[in-house]
Ligand binder design. Sequence first.
Ligand code: PBG
Ligand code: ZN
Length: 329
Amino acid sequence: MNNDNYNFKRFRRLRYNPIIRDMIRETELSKNDFIYPLFVMPGKKVKNPVKSMPGVFQFSIDTLVAECKEVRDLGIPAVILFGIPEKKDEQGSEAYDPDGIVQKAIRAIKKEINDLLVITDVCMCEYTSHGHCGVLDGEEILNDETLILLSKEAVSHVDAGADMVAPSDMMDGRVHAIRQALDDKGYYKTPIMSYAAKYSSGYYGPFRDAAESAPAFGDRRSHQMDIGNIEEALREVEADIDEGADIVMVKPAGPYLDVIREVKQTFNMPTAAYQVSGEYAMIKAAGQNDWIDEERVMIESLTAIKRAGADMFLTYFAKDMARWIDKNR
Ligand code: PBG
Ligand code: ZN
């Protein structure tokens, strides 16, 4: 057959046998990669399905603790908490209330479970009546005034027992402000995972249903990044590292693989990626219609994010993935 002198490569030699395929795979998902996002709200025995995110719920503290046990039993090492407060106001005061919903949830989880890492999202938009990520002057989100509230929020989470804080607000200087506030209280051992390159994305739509945090007017373009920019992402990440971030995050994940790769290669930092609500919702919806094989696409989407350079991901698929790993390995 190969009767000229051209020696082509036989890549398929390593593809016929499934054992060999498993041996040469460069990127494989591990349970240690996963951080599971959870939404907590007031009440008892609440487990409200989020319509646009099949399999995702709003929990009250009692059902949240049960969910955290299940998450831990599945071998998922970490959760990130988002709060839906009892009442919202202009200043988002429940965000930094020692008896706020997230602070109470952390205490309840820590009382029952000692081997689950509890990370908290630090932002104002879930707590403000206007749904913006900071305090307003008219329609402008004030930067430096917001830093004071974010710092109080982060400290109150760690006071309650949070293991790590994750500022998602995209105010300038927030990592520095939070680092300093934590250090001042003696919390120098608590790491910061910053949402460092966070884009102003249409993929956050379903999350805003889950967290009830859609802005009452306007949008988030005055603080989140423009979708066309990657050099700016590197400047954002560099600044967060300089200010004291221990882990840097790119968000969303799937549509921003180039940014993940560039951030990882440029800074060699522990790098997280957030596979956001819209990415999850699209895969779920197409899967439920039998338009794609949901399980395959779940694995493929997360493998791509890891292959691009992410060391860990925040994903609503964490439980499904952990079950898949148990079944298949
Ligand atoms: C809060 C925050 C948001 C997300 C994480 N933290 C919403 C937003 O910025 O509008 C989005 C997560 C997701 O879509 O899954 N600022
Ligand atoms: Zn916000």
